[in-house]
Design a protein around this ligand. Structure first.
Ligand code: ADP
Ligand code: NI
Length: 217
């Protein structure tokens, strides 16, 4: 099968599979990550077919909804790619990327590494920052019914990740927990440049947020 046909089939498969997905990881997240990945690809040297397939399939299943089975996404992707007569080397590479892409599992924790993994990971992380990142974060906080901000609960660097996850921390705290840390985690030069603009935008946003909160504008 032609590569372009496989990409097309993959888009249809992912869109259909994610039709009831939660807002943070729906088809539009996939599409943004895919576009981010193609932007990065245009300025880095890598296997474009692998990057496109992996970015489309990277969130095909969430372990949270499958009894914590961390491999469920990789398994689903593998089963799909086998129906598309994808060559075994490409298939193995895409599956390895999916296993290693998540923020928590970060590829530093595994022994697999490739420029294609770097690109997909950057593309996913870019969607967690900037204007879109802000929207996703408040969407998540709203879903949890968390306060947007509480001056009594400052972004607390001493709070452990577990305490933070259990608490109903104000959504603004998540900026300090994750969003503002992402620009320094980018793997590629291209993503670092895009991230730096998105980071500045978040800092401006927070400045304005605190000014408005305190009635200073
Ligand atoms: P990822 O898809 O990168 O593994 P998550 O599933 O943890 O990330 O989060 C999905 C989206 O929800 C991200 O944009 C993330 O920043 C946001 N999010 C995660 N945890 C929180 C939280 N405690 N408060 C607000 N937003 C959150
Ligand atoms: Ni993702």
């Amino acid at each position: 099968m032609e590569q372009s046909q496989i990409i097309l089939n993959t888009k249809v498969f992912v869109q259909e599979t994610l039709k009831d997905a939660e807002g943070g990881h729906d088809w539009f997240h996939i599409l943004r990550v895919y576009n981010n990945a193609k932007n990065i690809l245009s300025r880095e040297t890598a296997n474009g077919f692998v990057v496109e397939l992996a970015s489309l399939l990277h969130d095909i299943a969430d372990s949270k909804f499958h009894n914590g089975d961390e491999e469920i996404g990789a398994k689903k992707a593998k089963a799909f790619l086998e129906t598309q007569s994808v060559d075994p080397v490409t298939l193995k590479h895409v599956v390895n990327i999916i296993k290693n892409v998540s923020y928590k599992g970060g590829h530093n924790s595994g022994d697999f590494h490739s420029i294609e993994l770097d690109i997909v990971q950057d593309a996913d992380r870019l969607d967690a920052i900037g204007a879109i990142g802000i929207a996703r974060t408040f969407n998540f906080g709203g879903f949890k019914n968390n306060p947007i901000y509480d001056p009594e609960v400052p972004g607390n660097p001493n709070q452990s990740k577990e305490e933070y996850k259990k608490s109903n921390s104000p959504t603004i705290n998540h900026f300090y927990e994750k969003l503002l840390l992402l620009k320094d985690k980018m793997n590629t030069k291209t993503a670092r440049e895009i991230a730096s603009q998105r980071h500045e935008f978040m800092e401006k946003y927070l400045d304005q947020f605190y000014k408005e909160w305190e009635g200073k504008l």
